[in-house]
Design a protein around this ligand. Structure first.
Ligand code: SF4
Ligand code: SF4
Length: 181
């Protein structure tokens, strides 16, 4: 299943590359900017989680231990099952498992339609902080056309592209909730 998922990711990344290039004028993501990994709930399906952990196993012992410590601290500070937190895989503002990151991680930064009928747009949180799309967003509306495809996780895993790869994604949980305790 993970081999099939990698094939899907190749096609999905190709599509995202096109979307990032369409919106490049308004996107300022760069290495060292990690706001989107510092506060969030990071939905992951079971299949993405298996792939992420495959990436974890490729890391050296020291890096694995940093992630384990991040995870333990997070679990100790968890107040409810739904809360926002820094991703435990983020180390020195870099994703330690970049190649293996989730679908939501791959779409961070884009502006896309979540509801075609009501024209609801999902913008990155950093639009309010002077980063992506801040030139065309007044705090309420965006002046440019968003990508006309819903790129939230449930939509992506039910998309024709995912279906063409015959994948079973399993249930979706916030990343931390894949590590009970
Ligand atoms: S989406 Fe925003 S916070 Fe995340 S890397 Fe891009 S500019 Fe930085
Ligand atoms: S897995 Fe990587 S890209 Fe995704 S939220 Fe964590 S640090 Fe960020």
């Amino acid at each position: 299943m993970l081999k099939k998922y990698e094939q899907f990711l190749k096609d999905f990344d190709k599509k995202l590359k096109k979307y990032f290039s369409q919106q490049s004028e308004y996107i300022c993501c760069k290495e060292g900017c990690a706001g989107c990994c510092e506060v969030g709930d990071y939905p992951f399906s079971q299949l993405e989680m298996m792939y992420l952990m495959q990436g974890f196993r490729t890391l050296d012992n020291n890096t694995q231990n940093i992630i384990r410590n991040n995870m333990n601290t997070l679990k100790q500070n968890r107040v409810t099952s739904h809360f926002f937190y820094q991703c435990p895989f983020l180390i020195n503002k870099k994703c330690s498992v970049y190649k293996y990151r989730g679908i939501t991680c791959r779409t961070f930064g884009l502006a896309y339609l979540t509801d075609k009928k009501n024209k609801q747009v999902k913008l990155p949180e950093c639009a309010k902080e002077g980063l992506n799309f801040c030139k065309v967003y007044d705090g309420k509306e965006i002046e440019i056309d968003p990508i006309k495809e819903n790129l939230d996780l449930p939509s992506v895993i039910n998309s024709p592209l995912a279906k063409s790869h015959k994948l079973e994604f399993g249930e979706i949980r916030s990343l931390i909730n894949w590590f009970p305790g």
